[in-house]
Design a protein around this ligand. Structure first.
Ligand SMILES: Cc1ncc(COP(=O)(O)O)c(C=O)c1O
Length: 385
């Protein structure tokens, strides 16, 4: 086994895909703390208050055993109200929420239509559910419709699964069109709002609510570890879906609940996000500024239309070169490589937060231009050797 481990590590290294754990240095452009709440002193105060008033510091079990606390029920109720859903259930992570949701509701006779850019947690949930999978090209609604038409005779359920803001592409799913398509073909729609909650919609309640679709999706999933500056995730939908998840979702049942005081952190993240209208407006402005500057300077940012701005660079070593040059210039940016993105589509994922400024982003673009010219000089030198 040791030989196998070493061989795999050296294989990853040869493909420039070996990652190391390191703390971000300089201006952080890889954080999902979109509203800048992670360093907000009001969060710290709320957490300390939660710890202070808790009768115990650990949950001591899963929610169905000794780990339940009324603070979670209140939080779920408030969260559901915020996003306009009938009910919500809290999981210890977005990964667990997606796996729990998909494996609970899908059966082997069902067909899932999954966008090719969907997050690993959605892919794994669909795989574990052992249903038929149709992976349609990223946001290609024509092919999706063709596939829905082709599967009209299926007796099981048909479910479309997308992200509202795609985590590696930064583009947005046309949710109203998807809901209409689902309804036309008798299918259901599930939306992962990981990168939209707190960021889009009236009072930050996400893209589904923004599009007025809360009653037309089967379920939505909202992580708390990004704009809400905490951790865990809510699956929202009907009260019966919630009841079934409590009884069937293995990642809910067989998972120790988070400590009761942690509910205070999630609650604070949620209420500060509701109030953060200025931060949301600033984030929108910064995102438009960066997208415009990068496009103007000839960088490929695909269809980014959000606070996530990918810069597509192609080969892994090019993405690593850009990330290293940016690091040397004071910017904390990560090279995103396969399997997170398809082979040959390595990129930088620039993730903006409300704590940044246009001046910082203008400096970033200058550093990107520098990285590009260094790379092209190095290539010219190696060709002329
Ligand atoms: C789209 C999407 N869904 C789900 C998750 C998983 O959430 P968590 O990190 O809370 O497990 C992520 C995390 O990056 C994500 O980007």
């Amino acid at each position: 086994m040791n030989q196998r481990i070493l061989a795999e590590l050296s294989d990853l290294e040869s493909r420039a895909e070996l990652r190391h754990l390191e703390t971000v240095q300089g201006v952080d452009l890889s954080s999902n703390d979109y509203l800048g709440l992670a360093a907000d002193p009001r969060m710290k105060q709320a957490i300390l208050k939660g710890v202070d008033s808790a009768t115990r510091t650990a949950s001591t079990g899963s929610r169905l055993l000794s780990g339940h606390n009324e603070a979670w029920t209140a939080l779920e109720h408030n969260f559901a109200r915020w996003v306009g859903a009938e009910a919500a259930l809290y999981f210890t992570s977005g990964y667990a929420a997606n796996i729990g949701l998909l494996t609970t509701i899908l059966r082997p006779g069902d067909v899932v239509f999954s966008d090719s850019a969907n997050h690993a947690s959605l892919i794994d949930g669909i795989r574990l559910a052992k249903c038929r999978r149709v992976i349609f090209p990223h946001l290609d609604l024509n092919i999706l419709e063709e596939e829905l038409r082709r599967s009209a005779s299926v007796s099981g359920a048909r479910v479309i699964v997308v992200e509202s803001i795609f985590s590696m592409e930064g583009d947005r799913a046309p949710l109203a069109d998807l809901a209409a398509l689902a309804e036309r073909y008798g299918a259901e729609l599930i939306v992962d709002e990981a990168h939209a909650i707190g960021v889009r919609g009236p009072l930050g309640n996400g893209c589904v609510a923004e599009a007025g679709l809360s009653a037309r999706v089967l379920a939505s999933m909202h992580t708390c570890g990004k704009a809400l500056a905490s951790a865990g995730a809510f699956v929202c939908g009907s009260a019966s879906l919630r009841r079934l998840l409590v009884n069937r979702a293995r990642t809910f049942i067989f998972n120790t609940a988070l400590p009761p005081y942690f509910a205070a952190q999630v609650a604070a993240g949620m209420s500060l996000a509701v109030e953060a209208e200025d931060e949301r407006a600033h984030l929108m402005k910064l995102s438009a500024f960066l997208r415009n500057e990068l496009r103007k300077n000839g960088f490929d940012i695909h269809g980014s239309d959000s606070q996530i701005v990918p810069v597509i660079l192609g080969p892994n070593d090019v993405a690593v070169h850009f990330a290293e040059t940016l690091k040397a210039n004071g910017f904390g940016v990560r090279a995103i490589r396969p399997p997170t993105v398809p082979v040959g589509a390595a990129r930088l994922r620039l993730s903006l937060t409300a704590q940044l400024s246009e001046t910082m982003l203008a400096d970033l673009v200058v550093a990107m231009i520098l990285a590009r010219s260094e790379r092209s000089n190095a290539r010219t030198a190696s060709l002329s050797r």
